[in-house]
Design a protein around this ligand. Structure first.
Ligand code: FE2
Length: 259
């Protein structure tokens, strides 16, 4: 089973870059199932029903979220009946939508779990470690992919080591900066952060000048989403059909032609 996981799509520029590459990527790597993190897809924060439907129409199979899951109020209109949307299971509010979803592909069950980290993150109900322990017993006989949406690389790596036997892959999201630590940990594919699909000439997807204002003492709290040409960051994970364990993880990063 070949799984494509595309990192946090940020705004219009990120969407355009992902849509332009998606068909070619799926073909080149013989992809069976595609996951994206969509928590920044609607103008940098949150997701709308229109964009959720657009992702599905473009051929995305599962969409994970993060700390901005509820940033657009529109999400409450469709999160309960969207079959492919997964929000962090351990984040407030947790009465809407679903944090664990099963998908059936080529005779196998792919279970997607979305968790938020507890280090430097808001709205955390319980540690992702405690949440994952509760899911232990129901995970055998499935391909289990975790999107751990977290700030700290140490937390993400520690999680992978603790749950490597229960997970086929632990993929970090949220920082928007791709890490070069992809590896297979005893059959569990891991990367601390897959990176963002968004404007390359930006500061993690936002306008450079505005972010500089903030770091120079001015009280800017809202940042414009950069519309410069976007990079696409992703990983391709190969899962053995018999053992349901990962055999390889390939890190991909496509920068715009001129930047
Ligand atoms: Fe995030």
């Amino acid at each position: 089973m070949k799984i494509l996981f595309i990192g946090d799509i940020v705004g219009k520029a990120g969407r355009a870059a992902v849509y332009a590459r998606l068909g070619l990527l799926k073909k080149e790597y013989n992809i069976d199932f595609t996951i994206v993190n969509g928590e920044n897809i609607a103008h940098g924060k949150g997701i709308t029903e229109k964009l959720y439907n657009e992702l599905i129409e473009k051929g995305i199979d599962a969409i994970t979220l993060g700390n901005h899951a509820y940033s657009k109020a529109d999400v409450l209109n469709f999160i309960n009946h969207s079959k492919s949307l997964i929000r962090p299971i351990n984040m407030y509010p947790n009465e809407f939508g679903c944090g664990v979803r099963d998908f059936y592909v080529k005779g196998k069950t792919i279970r997607i779990i979305n968790l938020i980290g507890s280090v430097f993150m808001d709205k955390v109900i319980e540690s992702p470690f405690d949440s994952m322990k509760k899911l232990h017993k129901t995970n055998s006989d499935k391909i289990v992919i975790v999107d751990l949406h977290a700030e700290a690389t140490s937390e993400k790596m520690a999680f992978a080591y603790q749950f490597k036997n229960e997970c086929s892959a632990v993929i970090g999201t949220h920082t928007h900066v791709q890490t070069a630590d992809e590896q297979i940990i005893d059959g569990c594919a891991f990367i601390s952060d897959v990176g963002m699909s968004g404007s390359f000439k930006s500061i993690i997807g936002r306008d450079i000048d505005e972010v500089l204002e903030k770091f120079n003492g001015n009280s800017i709290t809202r940042f414009t989403v950069s519309e410069n040409a976007a990079q696409v960051c992703a990983v391709v994970i190969d899962i053995d059909d018999k053992s349901l364990r990962a055999t390889s993880i390939k890190r991909l990063q496509f920068r715009p032609e001129s930047y």
